[in-house]
Structures are given as structure tokens and as C-alpha cells.
Design a protein around this ligand. Sequence first.
Ligand SMILES: CC(C)(COP(=O)(O)OP(=O)(O)OC[C@H]1O[C@@H](n2cnc3c(N)ncnc32)[C@H](O)[C@@H]1OP(=O)(O)O)[C@@H](O)C(=O)NCCC(=O)NCCS
Length: 130
Amino acid sequence: VERIRLSPFPADAELEQLWIATWGQPPGFNFDAVLARSLLHVCAYFEDRLIGFLNVAWDGGEHGFLLDTSVHPDHRRQGIATRLIEAAVAQTKARGLTWLHVDYEPHLEPLYRRCGFRATQAGLIRLQEG
Ligand SMILES: CC(C)(COP(=O)(O)OP(=O)(O)OC[C@H]1O[C@@H](n2cnc3c(N)ncnc32)[C@H](O)[C@@H]1OP(=O)(O)O)[C@@H](O)C(=O)NCCC(=O)NCCS
């Protein structure tokens, strides 16, 4: 049974393991620094093992930005990302923010749409090689 936890601050090594399984490479940044500045993060656990993660960054006002939705390959297509995203939406709303942003690749539009996001245009620049 998977369990969802709000902002449990997982150890750096745990997050790094999930990140490599999800994205195929090490994160290249320090999670402690990221989590210290975020509004909240949401984790999924299977038998006390971290199998899902997302982060909500915050501008200090009414905007949050959902980042890094990650589910371990062994646990996909079981609704875990949906539960992580729904928890992030509910918690961000409860914290009084007005807007929650996200961007994603085209094939994930149905996932985010089902969780309540409508599509907008957005922009992105890669500032460093890597
Ligand atoms: C994208 C990701 C987080 C989805 O996690 P998940 O737990 O499998 O997602 P869910 O089970 O909640 O999926 C719900 C729905 O989303 C859609 N979906 C999920 N993964 C999909 C994929 N790879 N391709 C197309 N649709 C997908 C489907 O509509 C799915 O419903 P279905 O299983 O009934 O078909 C996971 O595949 C992942 O970590 N991918 C690599 C990292 C990534 O791209 N993250 C997204 C950042 S925006």
C-alpha cells in the first residue's frame, strides 16, 4: 500500500536514488537547499521506501509552481502521480495561494488536466549546458 506524506523532508540520499531511477541521471543540485526554500513537497512511500516526489516552489505571494513530479518506474500507472498532484493542489489552496503553475511535456497533458490544470502558453530557457 502506498502512503502519501506532506513535506516529510526525506534524506538527500533517498531523493537522489529516486531521482536517478526516474530521470536516469543524478540531480546535479542539493535537495536540502531546494526543500529549504519550497512551500511544500509531497512524497509517496511503499513499505517505507520513497517512490514518489513532487515539489511546490513559491514566490512568497500568491503563486506556486509545481516541479519535479517523479514516480519510480516500478510503481507507475497506478495513480501515484495523480495522488501527489491532487495533494499538492489541495495543500497549496489551503495555504491561501491563488495560482498554481506547472509545465509538462505534451503527452502528460491528460494527467494534469484531470487534476484540474488548464493549458496555457508558457516559456522556458535553458541557461546552462547539462
Ligand atoms: C509522469 C509520471 C510522474 C506519471 O506517474 P504515474 O504515477 O505513472 O501517473 P498516474 O498513474 O497518476 O497516471 C495517471 C494518468 O496520467 C497519464 N499518464 C501517466 N504517465 C503517462 C505516460 N508516460 N504517457 C502518457 N500518459 C501518461 C495517463 O492518463 C494515466 O492514466 P492511466 O494510467 O489510466 O492511463 C511518471 O511517469 C514519471 O515519473 N515520469 C518521468 C518523469 C516525468 O516526466 N515527470 C513529469 C514532470 S512534469
